[in-house]
Design a protein around this ligand. Structure first.
Ligand code: ZN
Ligand code: ZN
Length: 257
């Protein structure tokens, strides 16, 4: 073999070894914007604007007996249409599963459950979202701090419907589910200052309430997610909470409506 051929052979060998050594992980082939394993708030602009995604598909997986009410699903659709730009439509599909019988849920367990149950992913110009309606409470929940939901990744959230059932009656369950869903979507939208920059200072200064709004009565107030009496607004006859003006301005500034 001539020297140059040997060199070329070695070159190919090195290239082959290089590729074999770097077996490309499946997840790394997916463009960043289409991944579902990013931190909360990472897809904020992808939700709000239509720059990369022109439609949204939401998959709700619920444990039998812990279904979202039709009121909550209808209201969620109206809410999403109000705040995000998805000219090719917003759809919500629901699916029941038997109880995983896992007891109270830690977020790591929800992440594992999502891996086996999620079927809707971002694809082309469609943004996918996963919502799990849980039949047990959060491991973080107690009498002083009732956790009704948690957005835990860029396109994923859990609603602790067992908690909602325990704190509501048949008349208020749909309203609490609605509020929980809207609040957690606020987190997927990057509020407050967690993916969507705050246009004015209104993030709660309490470090335990990071990414929440300091305006009392705003949908993104921390009391909604884990307050001592998060639903006092229902007693005041207020039906459904909404974002205050500062949160609305942040959403618009990051591509929302
Ligand atoms: Zn929250
Ligand atoms: Zn606010």
């Amino acid at each position: 073999m001539a020297l140059s051929s040997v060199n070329r052979f070695c070159g190919w060998l090195i290239v082959l070894i290089f590729f074999a050594g770097c077996s490309v992980d499946e997840a790394e082939k997916i463009p960043t914007s289409h991944r579902n394993d990013l931190v909360l708030g990472a897809s904020a602009r992808d939700y709000l604007s239509d720059e990369k995604f022109t439609s949204l598909q939401v998959e709700v997986v619920y444990v039998t007996g812990f279904e979202p009410t039709s009121e909550a699903i209808g209201s969620l659709k109206t809410f999403l249409n109000k705040y995000i730009n998805k000219p090719n439509g917003i759809s919500i599909i629901t699916r029941a599963i038997p109880s995983p019988n896992m007891g109270t849920y830690a977020i790591e367990e929800i992440v594992e459950l999502e891996k086996s149950e999620r079927t809707v992913f971002s694809n082309g110009e469609k943004l996918g979202t996963f919502i799990f309606f849980a039949d047990e409470k959060s491991t973080d929940s107690d009498e002083q701090r009732r956790v009704i939901g948690k957005a835990y990744r860029n396109t994923s959230m859990v609603i602790f419907d067992k908690e909602i059932r325990d704190m509501s009656n048949s008349g208020t369950r749909g309203e609490i589910q609605t509020t929980a869903l809207h609040h957690e979507f606020g987190h997927l939208f990057g509020l407050v200052n967690n993916g969507t920059p705050a246009q004015s200072p209104h993030e709660d200064s309490d470090s335990k309430k990071k990414a929440h709004c300091d305006v009392e009565g705003c949908l993104m107030n921390a009391e909604i997610e884990f307050g001592t009496s998060p639903f006092s607004f229902l007693e005041n006859g207020q039906q459904i909470l909404d974002f205050d003006d500062q949160c609305k301005l942040d959403l618009k500034a990051n591509g929302g409506k």
